[in-house]
Design a protein around this ligand. Structure first.
Ligand SMILES: Nc1ncnc2c1ncn2[C@@H]1O[C@H](COP(=O)(O)OP(=O)(O)O)[C@@H](O)[C@H]1O
Ligand SMILES: N[C@@H](CCOP(=O)(O)O)C(=O)O
Length: 324
């Protein structure tokens, strides 16, 4: 029986001004193991505290994504055995839902011999997620600029500049993306639209050219961060003052509540920046943890055991650690 294991990266969407358009994959991962059921019964095993309480049947996001691959490929849908574990905290703006979707799509596609190109997986993923930014980064790795018209998605992937490190401050509370989208207005002034077009275009060019000195200016946003600030105490102060504490630029990660700062890997001010982020959240009575991450250059990596392998050793080890 075939069995595959997908290692899927986290992602940060928007990067400030690139609302629903820009994303970067991050070195924090979800693991999804998938096989066609030999006993004809659907089964989903969820490991670790993050996935506790999520649907454990065909209504799970991973399972739904897998079903779409079989349907699109015209392959009869078998029952699936799926096991999942994630280090990506849920509903914090680090792309856990994108990782579940992309992992489900990539694993199912690999199981049936990869009939669907990744460009088509991007369209299916954008449809499920509702926007192409973090699914794009999760699928292709690196930095992705993507545009989706509700049917077709086009993207360009950039290698992240060398020397770019990512500090995230992750509050302990969850903020579902859907709720954070409801805080946004239905229309914007021409001034705000022009502001964001300028910053977002400059940001993509700066990232492509390795102009890290421009990030502070280019990451400014008027389309979503100002409206979400009320949901995330401390956010406005972090955006305004992170550069004074050594950040190249700062943004709300995705829909939040995680705050992200880009840092030059050779900076001598990393500890100062980390203290500033934690202190700012603490002043608002928000417990938070920091993580130092790197841009992840790869999308889903598929590990396929040989025909005689019964289980994937790596996933067994992860599950063993989680169960212990
Ligand atoms: N492995 C998973 N299996 C099923 N659903 C998941 C999984 N990972 C994430 N989700 C769903 O995605 C939701 C979080 O998505 P969202 O609010 O967009 O935040 P983010 O993607 O930034 O973590 C979770 O509450 C859960 O419903
Ligand atoms: N462009 C979306 C991105 C949401 O990312 P997530 O990781 O928070 O799901 C938005 O800003 O709503």
């Amino acid at each position: 029986m075939r069995r595959v294991l997908a290692k899927v990266p986290a992602s940060t969407a928007n990067l400030g001004p690139g609302f629903d358009a820009l994303g970067m994959a991050l070195s924090l991962y979800s693991w999804i193991e998938m096989a066609e059921a030999d006993d004809g019964k659907a089964r989903l095993e969820l490991f670790g505290k993050e996935l506790a309480g999520l649907p454990a049947g065909r209504d799970n996001l991973i399972y739904k994504a897998a079903q779409l691959v079989y349907a699109e490929a015209g392959v009869p849908m078998p029952e699936l055995h799926i096991a999942a574990y994630t280090d990506i905290p849920l509903a914090r703006g680090l792309g856990s839902s994108a990782a579940a979707i992309v992992g489900g799509l990539a694993a199912a596609n690999a199981l049936i011999g990869s009939p669907l190109p990744k460009t088509r997986l991007l369209e299916i993923a954008s449809d499920l997620e509702g926007h192409p930014d973090n699914v794009g980064a999760c699928l292709f790795g690196g930095i992705v600029a993507a545009s989706w018209d509700g049917n077709r998605a086009k993207h360009v992937r950039l290698d992240p500049p060398p020397n770019l490190e990512v500090l995230v401050a992750i509050p302990s509370f969850r903020l579902p993306t859907e709720r954070a989208r409801h805080a946004l207005p239905d229309s914007y002034s021409r001034g705000d639209a022009v502001f964001n077009i300028g910053r977002s275009s400059l940001l993509v060019a700066a990232l492509a050219a390795g102009r890290l000195d421009l990030l502070g200016f280019a990451m400014q946003d008027r389309l979503h961060q100002p409206y979400r600030a009320a949901l995330i105490p401390g956010m406005s102060k972090i955006l305004a003052e992170a550069p004074e504490h050594g950040a190249l630029g700062a943004a709300l990660s995705g829909a939040g509540p995680t705050m992200l700062a880009f840092v030059d890997s050779e900076s001598t001010r990393k500890a100062e920046l980390e203290r500033f982020l934690l202190r700012t959240f603490a002043a608002e009575n928000i417990a938070a943890e920091t993580l130092w991450l790197k841009p992840a250059s790869a999308g889903p990596e598929i590990v396929e055991p040989g025909a005689d392998a019964v289980r994937v050793p790596l996933f067994e080890r992860i599950k063993g650690e989680v169960r212990a």
